[in-house]
Design a protein around this ligand. Structure first.
Ligand SMILES: *[C@@H]1O[C@H](CO)[C@@H](O)[C@H](O)[C@H]1NC(C)=O
Ligand SMILES: *[C@@H]1O[C@H](CO)[C@@H](O)[C@H](O)[C@H]1NC(C)=O
Ligand SMILES: *[C@@H]1O[C@H](CO)[C@@H](O)[C@H](O)[C@H]1NC(C)=O
Length: 350
């Protein structure tokens, strides 16, 4: 029952609330990480609490203007190899970034499309090598960035410590996470004697990336980029600290102001309802009475719905009715409207 309710809740949430939409691309033509299915599950599990709609794909034909234009962000997750996109798909992705689309790269995403200069500039650099998998200690450089909130001063876990072929700071990156190079072995130098800069970059963000210049005429600007080289092991994707790091970086990128989630005149992104004062709010709230009358099951549904709606309603949403007619005095405004709508939809489905 609980599982069913959870599924219904996420369906109801996506019907009722407009959320930023993110395409997660996990294609590989090189090394394939065993953790990909677990990383997908972990992101999906955060969808409701973080208020992000994910779509997962390995299909490069999704990289065309029409498809990409529906997304507020694109995440490359452990993508490897030069062949993950062909030249026209790569061009469509480049245009998406120029249109204001946001980008997040995770772990091996620096190990694909290395021949595309705009991609390398957008993500910040190219992967070079990593020492063997072993415990290492990572150190935040900027604890105010959303990707660093919750990361301890010394964060130790088993990970591949990436080294790169260039310093991402050369293309505008602000490095938010480094590594204590005395905390693991094999840290000296680089296999190709590249200069990746100091302190050793591990995660960073870029605004107005060179790779997305110039912005398309009519776009509010180019999007944001966030990259973390962490995320090799499945168990890392079970770690709430790591998930907070990834989701914080993603949500920072989505708040660029250059996509439809936050800007009605943007060229790309999930289309927002023009006015959330829709018939859904009122018709659903009357249904909620019916579902509450059904007893125990529906009581727990509306309780869960209330908790969920609190988190999904965070962020810059369009205006909501101040009072949707729900009688529950503990819920007001936006939260009440959403909870009522969710409860009502579930009531209808049950
Ligand atoms: C830390 O990150 C914030 C963004 O969250 C940024 O405004 C600030 O300039 C950064 N500080 C440093 C020292 O880079
Ligand atoms: C939204 O886009 C318009 C048009 O491109 C731009 O002028 C405006 O500054 C943007 N608003 C925000 C909040 O970024
Ligand atoms: C909200 O909905 C009510 C009832 O349908 C309508 O009378 C009112 O004009 C709407 N408000 C706005 C701002 O659209």
């Amino acid at each position: 029952m609980f599982v069913t309710i959870t599924v219904l809740l996420s369906i109801a949430t996506s019907i009722v609330m407009a959320q930023p939409r993110v395409l997660v691309f996990t294609a590989t033509t090189g090394y394939r990480h065993d953790s990909i299915p677990d990383s997908i599950s972990a992101l999906q599990a955060r969808s409701g609490t973080d208020g992000v709609d994910f779509e997962f794909t390995e299909d490069p034909t999704r990289f065309n203007g029409d498809e990409l234009g529906r997304f507020d962000g694109v995440m490359f997750l452990s993508t490897t190899g030069e062949g993950v996109l062909d030249s026209s798909q790569a061009q469509a992705f480049h245009t998406y970034l120029q249109n204001g689309g946001n980008f997040v790269g995770v772990h091996a995403a620096t190990d694909c499309l290395g021949g595309e200069d705009w991609y390398v500039q957008t993500i910040g650099t190219r992967f070079d090598y990593h020492p063997e998998l072993q415990p290492a200690t990572f150190i935040p450089l900027n604890k105010t960035h959303p990707s660093m909130v919750g990361v301890p001063d010394r964060w130790t876990f088993t990970e591949e410590v990436y080294n790169y072929r260039s310093d991402p700071r050369n293309v505008g990156a602000q490095v938010v996470l480094t590594v204590d190079e005395s905390s693991y072995t094999g840290s000296s130098g680089s296999s190709g004697n590249y200069d990746q800069g100091v302190p050793h970059p591990i995660a960073w963000y870029i605004t107005d990336s060179l790779g997305a210049q110039p912005p398309t005429d009519g776009a509010p600007g180019t999007g944001r980029s966030f990259y973390t080289s962490l995320g090799h092991l499945s168990e890392t994707w079970q770690d709430p600290t790591f998930m907070g790091h990834v989701m914080g970086g993603l949500k920072w990128a989505l708040e660029s102001g250059t996509t439809r989630w936050t800007n009605g005149t943007a060229l790309v992104g999930a289309v927002q309802p023009q006015n959330s004062n829709t018939s859904a709010g009122s018709s659903v709230s009357s249904t909620m009475g019916t579902s509450t009358a059904n007893g125990q099951a529906s009581t727990s549904v509306s309780g869960t719905g209330m908790a969920t709606s609190t988190s999904v309603s965070a962020g810059p949403m369009s205006s909501t009715p101040a009072n949707s007619g729900i009688k529950d005095g503990s819920a007001v405004g936006k939260t009440a409207a959403v909870a009522g709508a969710i409860g009502g939809v579930i009531g209808l489905m049950l």
